[in-house]
Design a protein around this ligand. Structure first.
Ligand code: SF4
Length: 217
């Protein structure tokens, strides 16, 4: 297999910091480029995206379009991860971006994994900054809290920009009680009324109920 390397990030003519060059792809004789990151080996024409949606053919090269755009960022119990009895009781810092190269019909994160908007629930969380925090021995609670504070301020910023006085907080990320409390506090301090879920869950359960009601009317 021949790999064509894009050696330097600055070679890619883009201004969006979330779009970066990738290494593992090669050109095909028919003019397409083949991504070699995963066994799907997507063969892309100019402007096409791969199955994962987050890798795209631009200027005859494969670029990643979600670098540092985190769609989920929280402290999880390690038991939630697919590891068998590894450091039980340890909190782990979890983060990821939109897009996935699998296509499971039962995916509980389908709104993120199959998102066609790479900024779904996303905020800036550059891998460099996260690794830097870890190297400086920052506790995961502090790293995570910084992200959630940013997200809470971002919600207020959007409400202000759009002139909203009433803001409903819904979707899986508002299962996170800490984030919800911070967002509500910040919104109320900014003179907004925040609505949160009371009788149905904020995540897939609530979304499914909404879809059922919508289908019934
Ligand atoms: S699914 Fe994404 S990562 Fe996998 S080969 Fe296709 S473009 Fe590359």
């Amino acid at each position: 297999m021949v790999f064509t390397h894009l050696p330097r990030k600055q070679d890619v003519p883009v201004t969006d910091p979330s779009v970066v060059a990738t290494k593992y792809w090669h050109r095909l004789e028919d003019g397409r480029v083949q991504c070699d990151v995963c066994p799907r080996y997507c063969k892309l024409h100019e402007g096409q995206r791969g199955f994962c949606f987050v890798r795209e053919c631009r200027d005859s090269a494969v670029v990643l379009t979600t670098y540092g755009r985190s769609s989920g960022y929280c402290i999880d119990p390690i038991e939630k991860k697919p590891l068998n009895h590894f450091l039980p009781g340890t909190p782990v810092l979890s983060f990821g971006t939109a897009g996935c190269n699998l296509g499971c019909k039962f995916c509980q994160n389908w709104d993120i994994s199959k998102s066609r908007e790479v900024d779904t629930l996303a905020d800036s969380a550059s891998p460099d900054a996260i690794v830097g925090d870890v190297r400086r021995n920052r506790p995961v609670e502090e790293i995570s809290a910084r992200f959630h504070e940013t997200l809470a301020w971002w919600i207020v910023g959007v409400a202000r920009r759009c002139g909203l006085r009433h803001v409903a907080l819904s979707g899986g990320c508002f299962q996170n009680a800490w984030l919800t409390r911070r967002a509500v506090t910040r919104l109320e301090a900014a003179g907004c009324t925040a609505f949160t879920h009371q009788r149905v869950p904020a995540n897939d359960g609530g979304i499914s109920l909404g879809q059922t009601v919508r289908a019934a009317v």
